[in-house]
Design a protein around this ligand. Sequence first.
Ligand SMILES: Cc1cc2nc3c(=O)[nH]c(=O)nc-3n(C[C@H](O)[C@H](O)[C@H](O)COP(=O)(O)OP(=O)(O)OC[C@H]3O[C@@H](n4cnc5c(N)ncnc54)[C@H](O)[C@@H]3O)c2cc1C
Length: 428
Amino acid sequence: MLENEVLLIVGAGHAGAELAVAARQQGWLGRIDLIGDEAVLPYQRPPLSKAYLHGAATFDALALRPASAYEAAGVERHPGAHVARIDRAGHWVHLQDGRVMPYTKLALCMGGRPRTLELPGLNAGATPRNLHCLRTLSDADAIRAGLKEGTRLVVVGGGYVGLELAASARKFGAEVTVIEALPRVLARVTGSEVAAFYEAVHREAGVHLRTGSSVERVELAGDGVITALVCASGERIAADIVVAGIGMLPNVELALAAGLAIDGGIIVDEFSQTSDPDVFAAGDCTVHHSALYNRRIRLESVPNALEQARAAASMLCGKPKPNCAVPWFWSDQYDLKLQMVGLSQGHEACVLRGDVASRRFVAFYLKEGVVIAADAVNRPADFMLAKRLVAAGAKVDAFVLGDESVPLKECLPASPVGPSTVAQALCQ
Ligand SMILES: Cc1cc2nc3c(=O)[nH]c(=O)nc-3n(C[C@H](O)[C@H](O)[C@H](O)COP(=O)(O)OP(=O)(O)OC[C@H]3O[C@@H](n4cnc5c(N)ncnc54)[C@H](O)[C@@H]3O)c2cc1C
């Protein structure tokens, strides 16, 4: 590591901002350029569907760090700048505004963009001004501007972003309908027991849920604004605002064009290194091999973005520390804090600990008796133990796991058995 070396980071979100500061803290001596195409300071995205959307937090509370923290770390920020091309042979990046910037080491932290909703009835390429997605601060501002008592909000997609948005909109007294094509909400991220609980909570809060339902066409006013969505069932749902919450696509095009290895995301190892030793990547735009699940996974979560950024910084600074973190995530809806650890796909049994009606419980997901994932609702202390159970690949008797008279701590194995147990169980 030399003083004339340049670390150039593309994307100033959770991963990029963390990497910039962590690299300096871990001893990067040279220049650090942080290029991001949003005009504002790097900010937290999770509150966009929660506290920021319903007005409990201002932008100041969202900023990941004050501008002074980047100055103190000697990080050169380039807000509002878009990287258009990478020249790996020359070690340059080309910006859309014509600038060309050199790098010694490059880090790609470009996140993702929302999937666009293909709606029959919409003219190709046309975006009605009341059709939104929710990824950026400006998306959240645009949605919030239209929310008031009685606003008819239709959310397409019953994933965590769609449901958080629904919960926030109810605080304004908006009339909310959520349309989900799959038979249940949160299908990608949680088991059916927890999904059923959340469906009941939303219905109780006055949200109209339409699961197993798809949008067949839209109705437009003369000025192109959406006035209603018509479902395959024939139901017509009038709308003032429509938000598509149907997932995101990782931003991999720059990496693809530069010839880096891609498989549904930029492939990185446990040190966040790509197929080019001079190029690192972190966050939502990456895929990595999970020793725990013995397969390649792409995670969309703040903890993953931070862990990968820190692993990259450690490697860049010659103090390699692999990222072996167990995937985890959280979602806030109404008075409920849902914390999820591990990936529940492929589970054979779900064991509930605690009373669902009390709105405080944990759902453990087991395969071959091994705890592969857990969802904790309003049980933060149990969540910490659940994290250890999943990380340890603990084999626990289902009856004991569900028995509240047995402290969860007692379910932890005396000596950790490690990720291979989970991987083996999932291979059965
Ligand atoms: C509404 C919402 C709620 C969420 N809630 C939660 C939650 O509760 N818990 C949780 O763990 N996660 C949550 N997430 C997910 C979490 O925000 C992401 O996993 C996290 O932001 C990923 O960080 P990242 O740095 O990889 O990407 P991002 O934060 O998306 O940052 C990428 C940045 O790179 C920029 N960029 C892209 N391409 C270029 C380019 N060519 N040139 C310059 N800049 C570029 C983008 O504009 C963006 O600013 C939520 C996400 C959303 C949208």
